[in-house]
Design a protein around this ligand. Sequence first.
Ligand code: FAD
Length: 342
Amino acid sequence: PGETHETDAVIIGAGPVGLFAVFELGLLGVRAHLIDILDKPGGQCVELYPEKPILDIPAIPVVTGAELTERLLQQIDPFEPVFHLNEMADSLERTDDGKWRISTDLGTTIVAPVVVIAAGGGSFTPKKPPIPGIEAFEGKSVFYAVRQREMFRERTIVIAGGGDSALDWTLNLQPIARKLTLVHRREEFRAAPDSVEKMKALAEAGAIDFHVAQITGLEGKDGVLSAVRVQSAGRGEYAISCENLLAFYGLTMKLGPIAEFGIDLAENRIAVDTEKFETSTPGIFCIGDMAHYPGKLKLILSGFHEAALMAHGAFHYVFPGRKLKFQHTTSAKDLQRKVVGS
Ligand code: FAD
């Protein structure tokens, strides 16, 4: 984070459609960087339904969200895409020489002649716990995501939530935290059974504390947390001292900073043509769930098709004046070399 890069195309969103866009661009010799606020590629497929079977991917009768993502990553690997994960693309400006400069909230800037918005339903944004006065502590001692694990070394931490993120971070931070307490409002979890087992084993061994309780308030001042107040059925209200609260209450999708990019929107999505999937702004394309055009279906296979046409449009911004010959991967030797090497 914080570096400046130059490339051919910046893809905002590493969901299935952003990933496949790397392939279609790569076939035409266009290199790509991807930005995603999630800590892993896969978008809705990995965040919302990693284990559910998808039945309508052409020629793959059954594939889970996680497996589809794995296969896409394997397919685009020859093109060496550069990922900027855990970062929000939050501003877009024109450079003096007519390219685009995308900046992230962590200060990374990427300059390229082409921007591909593959932002799906919007950026995944944490749901805030309904705790009065929590805003004063946000970004100082209360966090909704872990961006740098080392920040929590030797800290006294309360983790709140009962899903995979809460459980994964409990297991991940336990070895480096001074003391870690997991607080969840009930005994049952919505997380991988294996993680729940591991967490329970740690609690039994005394390596972490686990409280079934509801967080009702925070103690501390000037953004520095000293304790969380909780309410439990058996013990009533009490305080758990801590320096940090990590609350994982799930994610929602919001259009976010893209709304401020100055691109024409339609019904909270981005209006595109159906020839190149270009937006109202030349050089900026939009594909996948975020794209709006007559008859749009929010299906992965539609996004894949849009990626192919987008790539043919994007080519001309990256290689002005160069002719683009339409070719099949089965017969074009130069395409084959790009995918499988010489
Ligand atoms: P997404 O998967 O939404 O990915 C977009 C990514 O962009 C996200 O990771 C987001 O964090 C990131 N992003 C957005 N804005 C920013 C920003 N400013 N900065 C950084 N990152 C940003 N489709 C099918 O075809 N078949 C099915 O069977 C099917 N089943 C589904 C089941 C469920 C429960 C759901 C919710 C959806 C299903 N879908 C299915 C729909 C499918 O998941 C979507 O069509 C697909 O995920 C769209 O892909 P995408 O790449 O356009 O966007």
